[in-house]
Ligand binder design. Sequence first.
Ligand code: SF4
Length: 141
Amino acid sequence: MRKDMIRLRPHHLLCTQGYSGNGYSDNFVSNMNEVVERLRTNKDEQIEIVFTTDNLCKSCPSKLSDGICESDSKVLHFDQGVIDALNLKEGTYSYQELISKLDTYLTSGKEDERLKEICGNCNWYPVSACWKNIKTRKYIL
Ligand code: SF4
């Protein structure tokens, strides 16, 4: 039986690269484990890009209501950075295509300067493996 399509907001294309099992709550981690496992094991996964709360937000304690995150002042900026970098529109993409585009863009700068421009002020940035995984293409299928 076909699983529901994964809906992702743009900056979660980045978070899912560095994710290593830590998150905001047990529910959040359990849900993120499922989503990330699907992304990392199925290169044909189809993704619906949405400019609002998504499949990862749904189990997050910071989600206040549909479309509203208590960290919107930060996360909307992260989303916009990815939208601009990849020229994204809302709609369906193959995960492989999105990650290839992201990889090309992010590695076009000096070290992690492109990634830092988008989400360098995220609390996870100093402790997450985002850049290391992107640089070593750990999750590029
Ligand atoms: S609700 Fe906010 S903090 Fe939680 S996963 Fe979504 S964007 Fe991130």
